[in-house]
Every structure is written in C-alpha cells, then in structure tokens.
Design a protein around this ligand. Structure first.
Ligand SMILES: Nc1ncnc2c1ncn2[C@@H]1O[C@H](COP(=O)(O)OP(=O)(O)OP(=O)(O)O)[C@@H](O)[C@H]1O
Length: 258
C-alpha cells in the first residue's frame, strides 16, 4: 500500500446552467494509495457523485490535477470500474452473459474468469438466470462481477447498496470486503450511511456542501474483519459521528443563510 494510485490536487468543478453557476467542488486535495479502501460521506449536494464521476472519467470538464497511476484522467477507461446505485443489467441477457459483456463465453479463458467471478460474488447456480429472477442484492453482485472482469485498478461505487434492505446491505458489505481482500482493488465508495462508511473504509472522507469540499479525512484504525458490536467499532463510529454532526450543523447554517 505504498504507491499512490490516485492523486487529486486543487480540483475545482463548476456547473454553469442558464440560471446559475454552481461550485460543485472547491479545492479538493486527496491521495489514495494502491489497494486502499476509501469511503466518502456528506450531506446531499456536497459533490460526492461529481467527484466520483470525475475520477471515473465520466466528467472531464474540471480544473486541477486528477491522476491515476501518474496519468491525468481524460475519459473513461478499463482501469476504472464504476458501480451505480441501480445495477443497470441487460434484462435479455443471463447472469454470465451480463458479466461477460462484449467478451465471448466461447473463449475458455473468458468463461473461466466469468465463473471465477460468479464464485467470488457468491452467485453459483445462477449463471443462466435472467435479471428479473434475481433479488436487488444479487443483481448488484452481477454488476460488481461485470466491473471486475475488466480488472480495474480502481473501483468507484456510488451508493451501490442504497436501495437494499438492511440485511442484504450488510451481507453485500461482507461480499465487497471479501472481493477487496482477494483482489486488492483500490476502492472509493460513496455512501449516505455513516455505519457503512466506518464498517468498510480504511479512511472516511467527510465532505461539506456549498461549495462542496473535504471537511476532514478520518483514519479508521480497526483491523478486518470488523465487528459492529465491538467497543472499538462503537467508539470509532462515535468519533466519525461527532465530526459529521459538525458538518451537518455548518451546512444547515450556510443553507439557512444564518
Ligand atoms: N449536471 C449538473 N448541472 C448543474 N448542477 C449540477 C449538475 N450535477 C450536479 N450539480 C450540482 O452540483 C452539486 C453537487 O452535486 P452531486 O450530485 O455531486 O452531490 P452529491 O453529494 O452526490 O448529492 P446526493 O448525496 O444527493 O447524491 C449540487 O449542488 C448539484 O445540484
């Protein structure tokens, strides 16, 4: 974990619409090491999705340095996987074909890799199932496997478990940690859920809106596997919550024009 995979320096992003000019991100500085798991939380509108899209290369209209492995990000590429809140699968394709995408399952290498990923995301037996036969959590696991087939250096996840029930969500967190520990893929995970941020992240980035900026970056010095019921976890959660409440108070104050 010594190499810096992602270097963001003085990143600024402004949206200009006919009616207004929104400073979505102001002076963002962040460095993420190879293989690190970063979670990002913050109130609605603080620029979490905008930041993730810029790193993904889905939005290239920005100012500042955003480098992945020493290369300025200028567009999407196979090095960067993106997981949206909803799985976005092709309904007419089976699980294995959704994962394979434009790669042919007739190729034994592709087939082997797809089936390895199906095991990794715990979907054995569902290779030939169609998306409509899957639960929300299963469908999201298919989309994660699809992203992993391209062997991304970094996986960017925008509230991927936001639509799932609490039980499935907690299961998916375990599945994702298992993938991370197996593949050592760098992860940036955006969430609204403080518990999820502390459970998954090695560092939690707390953002503040108007304009969107990084308020603090807190290291989560808890070894894996983590236990929510442990005293250490509860204490860490409280520390992050205290910081987060300051952000919420500030954003309320700014929002209310006080
Ligand atoms: N295409 C756009 N045009 C104009 N303004 C935009 C656009 N996309 C985002 N914004 C504005 O940029 C700011 C940051 O939005 P963003 O979606 O990144 O926030 P977020 O933290 O991901 O919010 P949420 O948690 O609600 O998803 C907001 O003020 C939003 O209104």
């Amino acid at each position: 974990m010594s190499e810096r995979a992602l270097v963001i320096e003085r990143l600024n992003k402004i949206f200009t619409t006919p009616n207004e000019r929104v400073v979505a991100l102001r002076e963002i500085d962040l460095q993420v090491k190879q293989g690190e798991f970063i979670t990002v939380i913050g109130p609605s509108g603080c620029g979490k999705s905008t930041l993730l899209k810029i790193v993904a290369g889905l939005d290239v209209e920005y100012d500042g340095k955003v480098e992945l492995n020493g290369q300025q990000i200028k567009g999407p590429s196979l090095e960067k996987g993106f997981i949206f809140q909803e799985p976005r699968l092709f309904p007419w394709l089976t699980v294995e074909k959704n994962i394979a995408g434009d790669q042919s399952l007739k190729d034994p290498k592709v087939r082997g890799k797809v089936h390895e990923l199906i095991r990794l995301v715990k979907l054995e037996g569902f290779e030939k199932a169609y998306p409509k036969e899957l639960s929300g959590g299963m469908a999201q696991r298919v989309s994660i496997a699809r992203a992993l087939l391209r062997k991304p250096d970094i996986l960017l996840l925008d509230e991927p478990f936001g639509a799932l029930d609490a039980f499935t969500r907690s299961h998916m967190q375990e599945v994702l940690l298992n993938i991370w520990e197996t593949n050592k893929t760098t992860m940036i995970f955006v969430t609204h859920d403080l518990d999820e941020a502390v459970f998954l992240g090695q560092r939690v980035v707390i953002m503040n809106p108007r304009p969107g900026h990084i308020k603090s970056v807190l290291p989560i010095e808890l070894s894996f596997p983590r236990k929510r019921s442990s005293l250490a976890f509860q204490e860490m959660r409280r520390t992050v919550l205290n910081e987060f409440e300051k952000v919420e108070e500030e954003s309320y104050t700014v929002g209310a024009g006080i």
